[in-house]
Design a protein around this ligand. Structure first.
Ligand code: PBG
Length: 329
């Protein structure tokens, strides 16, 4: 009887002996092309503004955004997901700045497309929350509830103006029922058959969005629990998935990523379209904060978090570290 039990050939540690051996047998590898950089552009600022709860992430000026896009492309990152932050005075109940062809997001889309052409997939967050004075992702009815179908009309218009401005991909993120179908129709009817839809399919109502709300200067009081998913639920994601695919989603996303790897794995198993995962602001902030205190090794923690997301089934990962990580790979 050997000292290690009744399976004498079985010594898994043999394959962990050297870095080269470990590299050879690694099942998952990160590649710059896996990564998409989410980026914020803010109207009316002369210099980039660092987001206090996301050290190292900035609200960009139009110029600094273009630079960030060029750097991301040079590093081999696949895409950039743009979020617009309008001047406070331009927010209103309907989020009209979100559909104004000269609104900050549309202007930034045109800028970035002019700068990078097709070298970077230019994506736009398709949602009203950055543009509404109440901060909700949709328009409100008389009782102050988010009105699903009235919101869909706004999303249809957003899809068109974002595509007109040059988005390769639009990412409806408001979790309204029927949003993918409406956005697909709007794109098809306005000559944008080639613009793809990345559906935020399983988007949970998460405390980890906290820093993002600062990043976009959100006016939200309250929460999004009547439209974003309950963290307690898993099966509901498969229902959302079936609907999004039926409505024409080209790619689907799970968000947040880290606390929802089970959902990501289930979704990835269930579909044949590319699956994205969004490592969100709070996931970023946690690692940055712990690293600042010297409690974890920042670079190793970042790589492990991304590898875990890919291992769970993500084809693409949206991460605020995209350019930095891509450069280091
Ligand atoms: C909605 C949107 C949000 C995020 C991306 N798109 C915020 C929300 O739903 O409250 C969060 C991204 C992050 O936290 O990094 N426009």
């Amino acid at each position: 009887m050997s000292t290690y039990g009744s399976f004498p050939g079985s010594r898994p540690r043999r394959l962990r002996t050297t870095p080269t051996m470990r590299r050879m047998v690694a099942e998952t590898r990160l590649h710059p092309a896996d990564l998409v950089l989410p980026a914020f552009v803010r109207e009316g600022i002369g210099e980039p503004v660092e987001i206090a709860s996301m050290p190292g992430v900035f609200q960009h000026t139009r110029d600094s955004l273009k630079k960030a896009a060029v750097e991301a492309a040079a590093a081999g990152v696949s895409g950039i997901m743009l979020f617009g932050v309008p001047e406070e005075a331009k927010k209103d109940g309907l989020g009209t700045a979100g559909t104004d062809p000269d609104g900050i997001l549309q202007v930034a889309l045109r800028d970035v497309r002019a700068e990078v052409g097709d070298d970077l997939i230019v994506m736009s967050d398709l949602c009203l929350d950055e543009f509404t004075d109440h901060g909700h992702c949709g328009v409100l009815d008389e009782q102050g509830r988010v009105d699903n179908d009235a919101t869909l009309e706004r999303y249809a218009e957003m899809a068109q103006v974002q595509a007109d401005a040059g988005a390769h991909v639009v990412g409806p993120s408001g979790m309204m029922d029927g949003q993918i179908g409406v956005v697909r129709d709007a794109l098809d009817q306005t000559g944008h058959e080639d613009v793809a839809v990345l559906a935020y399919t399983a988007k949970y109502s998460s405390a980890f969005y906290g820093p993002f709300r600062e990043a976009v200067g959100s006016s939200l009081k309250g929460d999004r629990k009547t439209y974003q998913q309950d963290p307690a639920n898993s099966r509901e994601s498969l229902r959302e998935l079936a609907l999004d695919l039926e409505e024409g989603a080209d790619m689907v996303m799970v968000k947040p990523a880290g606390p929802y790897l089970d959902i990501l794995a289930k979704v990835a198993d269930a579909v044949d379209v590319p699956v994205a995962a969004y490592q969100i602001s709070g996931e970023y902030a946690m690692i940055q904060a712990a690293a600042e205190r010297g409690w974890i090794d920042r670079d190793k923690a970042i790589m492990e978090s991304l590898l875990g997301i890919k291992r769970a089934g993500a084809r693409m990962i949206l991460t605020y570290w995209a350019t930095e990580v891509a450069r280091g790979l």
